[in-house]
Design a protein around this ligand. Structure first.
Ligand code: CA
Length: 231
């Protein structure tokens, strides 16, 4: 996978590039907004990581220009604490994910894997499949067993998160951060409610796909036959 990282803190940029290379990514670096935009517009990258505060052109503006020019490369925006407004602007401008600085490189790698997987798994029209159900992430329609249910935005994003992380359980905290945002007041009980809604809809569309609660860890999507007794 080819990654572009636009970051003006050169020391950090190089350190992250090292980690990317160790994880078998090809990494290009840009240290200011204008050169970052030029590279991003080339469209040759699988993922672009954009810092927001940059000399010559900020990350959100790079992202907007990319989307304006129909460059659909997935973008991870790096936000600093207190830049909530930037984050909202960023997501509105077409960012696929965001990560608050300072971040652990493990976390960045996990986000990159999820985006890479998203790219592989999306068949057409932003459809993600798991077992015998299919989710359209654009229309929020969930298909299964010849039926369709319209999901709420939160349910759809929750299911998308579960499908993309199909090989491991994700914690309620991660779900809150990814769906409600790191600065939200949402609690575990909010997650439980969304999981309950989603379970109900899934149970009407599929006898096989279930959300398993992994005690002390979180939630995971499974297909019956794999681990159905533990649900
Ligand atoms: Ca910066």
């Amino acid at each position: 996978m080819k990654v572009l990282y636009v970051e003006d803190e050169k020391y950090m940029a190089r350190a992250v590039a090292q980690v990317l290379k160790r994880n078998n990514y090809t990494a290009d670096l840009a240290y200011d907004g204008e050169s970052g935009l030029d590279l991003a517009l080339s469209g040759v990258y699988d993922v672009v990581i954009l810092d927001i505060m940059l000399p010559t052109r900020d990350g959100v503006s790079i992202l907007r220009e990319m989307r304006k020019q129909n460059v659909t490369t997935p973008v991870i925006l790096l936000t600093a604490k207190g830049e909530t407004e930037d984050k909202v602007k960023g997501l509105d401008s077409g960012a696929d994910d965001y990560l608050a600085k300072p971040f652990q490189t493990d976390e960045l790698m996990a986000r990159l894997r999820a985006l890479g997987r998203r790219k592989e798994l999306i068949i057409t029209n932003d459809t993600l499949a798991f077992g015998d159900v299919e989710l359209n992430c654009n229309t929020l329609d969930l298909f299964g067993n010849g039926q369709t249910f319209h999901l709420t935005l939160k349910e759809s994003r929750l299911l998308e998160l579960l499908i993309l992380n199909r090989d491991h359980a994700i914690s309620a905290n991660t779900i809150i951060e990814r769906i409600w945002g790191w600065d939200s007041e949402a609690e575990d009980s909010h997650v439980q409610v969304q999981i309950a809604f989603l379970r109900k809809k899934l149970s009407l569309l599929s006898r096989r796909v279930k959300i398993k609660t992994v005690r002390g860890v979180g939630y995971m999507l499974i297909e019956s036959g794999e681990d159905a007794d533990a649900v």
